[in-house]
Write a protein that binds this ligand. Structure first.
Ligand code: SF4
Length: 141
């Protein structure tokens, strides 16, 4: 059973989610329990390694992984493509936004095309897509 994270880390993650949904033009899931369980995982990583490392992925070494920016929430895939692997930042129906993903990305293959409800918002790192795809090939994580 994973340890209960500190209240401080939980509050920090709740604030992050509240602020980032507004900023990125996304929503939290209408499905009960989804948002809270992702927040819990993020908060556990904050307590463990000091950063909100994405809880939906496996890392051989978390301390090593935080040296990269890739999976610190909101991660590169979110900031480049507005795609959240964990369903933390989704559309109003609770589906992950896949519109901006490359065609061969696993998210597009899994969910098909899901349009961005607010294309005018978010994707602050959209110009990093090329670098991200090189990293995806060379450092799968
Ligand atoms: S996939 Fe990205 S945006 Fe979604 S919870 Fe993980 S780190 Fe955050």
């Amino acid at each position: 059973m994973p340890e209960q994270p500190s209240e401080k880390a939980m509050q920090r993650m709740r604030r992050l989610v509240e602020n980032f949904t507004k900023k990125s033009g996304s929503y939290t899931s209408p499905v009960e329990g989804v948002t809270e369980s992702v927040i819990l995982g993020l908060a556990q990583n904050v307590d463990e390694v000091g950063r909100p490392l994405c809880p939906c992925r496996f890392y051989p070494d978390k301390t090593e992984e935080v040296k990269h920016r890739t999976w610190i929430c909101p991660c590169d895939d979110m900031q480049i493509y507005k795609y959240c692997h964990c369903l933390l930042f989704v559309d109003k129906e609770g589906m992950p936004i896949t519109e901006h993903l490359p065609e061969d990305h696993e998210g597009k293959e899994m969910y098909g095309l899901i349009e961005d409800p607010h294309p005018d918002k978010g994707r602050a790192l959209r110009n990093k897509a090329e670098e991200r795809e090189i990293e995806r090939r060379e450092r799968p994580s």
